[in-house]
Ligand binder design. Sequence first.
Ligand code: PLP
Length: 450
Amino acid sequence: MPHRMHIFDSHAADVVLGYVRERLEMPEAPLDFPGADAELRTALTGLINDEGTNVDEVLRRYDEVLSRAVISADSPRYLAFIPAAPSKAALLFDTVVSCASLQGISWLEAAGAIAAENQVLRWLADLAGMPTGAGGVFVQGGSAGNLSALAVARDEGRRRLGNSTARVRIAVSGQTHSSVHNALHLLDVEPFEVPAVNHRLTGDALARALEQDAHPETVIAVAATAGTTNAGIIDDLAGLSKLCRERGMWLHVDGAYGGAGLLVESERARYEGIEQADSFIVDPHKWLFAPFDSCALIYRDPATARRVHSQDASYLDVIHIEDEWNPSDYAHHLTRRARGLPLWFSLCVNGVNAYRAAVTAGVDMANRAAAEIAATSHMELVREPSLSIVLWRRKGWTLADYQDLQDRLLKSQTAFVTPTSWQGEAVGRFAFIHPNTTIEMVREVIDACR
Ligand SMILES: Cc1ncc(COP(=O)(O)O)c(C=O)c1O
C-alpha cells in the first residue's frame, strides 16, 4: 500500500490545478498589497497540525489572505526594482519541472534535461558572441552567478600569480551591483574601486587607476556591468575587454538585468566587447520571461570553473566521467532544479523573434515614458533612459513625497513604483520588463504626481 501522501488525490489536483489555470488565464495579474503581520499570522493559525488540514481550506487561506500579501512582480503595473514577466509557456513548463522532479545535477542522472538546458546556454553564448567551447549552468539568481563566477576569477588570478593564497583584488565601480560586493566579501577579495566616467566603468579609467597603484598585478579581474540595475547603464565593455586581454585579467560581465538587451538591434553596439568575457551572467527571471528563479552563468573556458567548483566525494566518483557535462561542476551547488527548462520550452514554442519583440518593447516603453515625462511641466528626466529604465524627478519633491506616491499607487492598484537615489537625491524610477505594460498605465502614474 503506497503511503497516503503519495496517492493521487483527484480532488486536490482539481483544486490546485484549477487555481493554477485561473492564474494563467488572467490577462493581467493583480498587483495586490503589502502584508500585515497580525493578519497573516491569524490566517496561518492551526494549518500545520498532526492530522493535516483539508486542501480546500488551505488553498482558501492561501488565495484569500496569503497571496494577496504578495505584490505580483509579473503584473504589467509593477514598475519597481526589476519586474518579472514570465511567458505563459515558461510558467506551464515550470509546473512540469516540478511535477517530474526534474533535477539537473549530473549527466548520468539527467542527461535529457541537461541537454535541453545546454541548448539554451549555447543560444545565449551565441548571442553574446562567445566561442564554441563556452558553457556553464543555470543557477538560482544573479547573486549566485556572480559569486560562482568571481570565485573562478579569483582562483584563476591566483594561479596566474603562482600563489594560491595571494591577496588579490577585483575592479569595480560605484555602480557595480551589491551582489558583487557581497561576493567579494564572501571570497575575501578586496574591491579595486575605479572612478566611473559618466557612471560607467571604462577601460581608460581602469588603466589610469592601475598606473597609479603600487601593486597593479594584484588586480586580477574586472567585474563589469551590462545594464546597471538603478539606471540601465552599460560599462565600456570594449575598452575593458581590450585592457583585460593586454594585462591577463579576467573579465566578468554581470548582465543579470541587461544581458537580454543583446536581443535589441538598436542597443547591440553598446555591448561590444562582451564576446571577450571570461564569464557572463544573465537572469532569465528578469528580462527573458522565465519564472523565478533562474540565472544563466556562462564561462569562456568551462574547465576553469570545473577546477574550482567540482565536488569530490567517493559517492560522486561515478558522475565524474570524462566528457560528460555535469552542471554541478560549474557553480557553488550540487543538487539543483533543472531551472533552465522553462526558458528552453518557451523559446522553443514561441521562437526567438517573439523574444526579440518582447525585450524591444521594454526599451520602446522606456523611450515613450521618457518623452511623456519630458513633456510635462511638473516632472523632468534625471537622465536620458537607458535600456528599459527611466529615472525621473517630480519637481520639488523629497523622499517622503515619493514614498507617499508609492503608497497611494498601491492603494489604488495603479502601479508599484518605488523611489531610488541618484547622486544623493531621491528620485522616481520606472523599470519596464513586461511587454503588456501600456503607456496609459504610465500616464496614470504621471497624473498621480501632479
Ligand atoms: C545587475 C544585477 N546583478 C545582480 C543582481 C542580483 O540578481 P538576483 O537578485 O537574481 O540574485 C541583480 C538584481 O537585480 C542585478 O540587477
